[in-house]
Every structure is written in structure tokens, then in C-alpha cells.
Design a protein around this ligand. Structure first.
Ligand SMILES: [Zn+2]
Length: 121
């Protein structure tokens, strides 16, 4: 038995998946020269992401937290360092990482506002 190409009617050998003459696929579902490029999902290191959350919270909420712990509110300006990691993450090429940047930016904005509030009250 041979495989006849539906495109050019060339008679191909039985075990051919593509026409030897024109390259047309001889069996359904096989696409010639068509490579599916799958963009690899970045391996998001959960430990690093968790660490970045902790650092962001500690920095941006520092003024507020210190005012609770020790009535020492002049840590407020230090809180601006809490924007560093979120802004860094927002520039990441992967959406999976950028999303953490936006969440952390939100967290740090609240922290900085609270820290400045205790600084100037
Ligand atoms: Zn053919």
C-alpha cells in the first residue's frame, strides 16, 4: 500500500508522513515546517518572591512599625526604600513577576503613607 498525496498525487511510500515530492502532509494533523514556539514560563522562585515581600513590607512600613514598637517615628523617611523592590519587579520581562511588583507597590504606598503620617503627626 502506498500513500497518495492529495495535493500532487505523487505516490509515496507507506511509511512517509509527508509527500516526498511536494512536502504536503499525508496524514491529518501533521503540519509541515510548522514549529509551535512555546514561550517558556519563567520559573518564579517562590522563596525569592516571598523574601521580596518581606523586605518591601519591612522597609516601607518601617516608620509605622517603629512608631508602634518604640515611639521612634523618624524612621519614616527610611520607608521610601520600600519602593525599590516593587519598581524593580515592575520592570521584569514576565507578567508573573510584574504582578508581584504591582502588589508590592500597593503595599509599600500604604506603608509609606502610614510611616509619613506618624512622622508628621
Ligand atoms: Zn505531494
Amino acid at each position: 500500500m502506498s500513500r497518495i498525496c492529495f495535493k500532487c498525487n505523487f505516490e509515496n511510500q507507506d511509511d512517509y508522513d509527508f509527500c516526498a515530492k511536494c512536502g504536503n502532509p499525508l496524514i491529518e494533523g501533521v503540519q509541515p515546517n510548522n514549529f509551535v514556539v512555546v514561550r517558556a514560563k519563567p520559573r518564579v522562585n517562590k522563596g525569592i518572591i516571598l523574601l521580596s515581600y518581606i523586605v518591601t513590607i519591612l522597609l516601607s512600613w518601617s516608620g509605622f512599625l517603629m512608631s508602634i514598637i518604640s515611639k521612634h517615628s523618624n524612621f519614616g523617611f527610611f520607608a521610601f526604600f520600600g519602593f525599590f523592590i516593587p519598581f524593580y519587579l515592575i520592570q521584569a520581562p514576565f507578567r508573573e513577576i510584574r504582578i508581584h511588583g504591582y502588589i508590592q507597590l500597593f503595599i509599600s504606598v500604604i506603608g509609606v503613607v502610614l510611616s509619613l503620617y506618624v512622622l508628621f503627626k
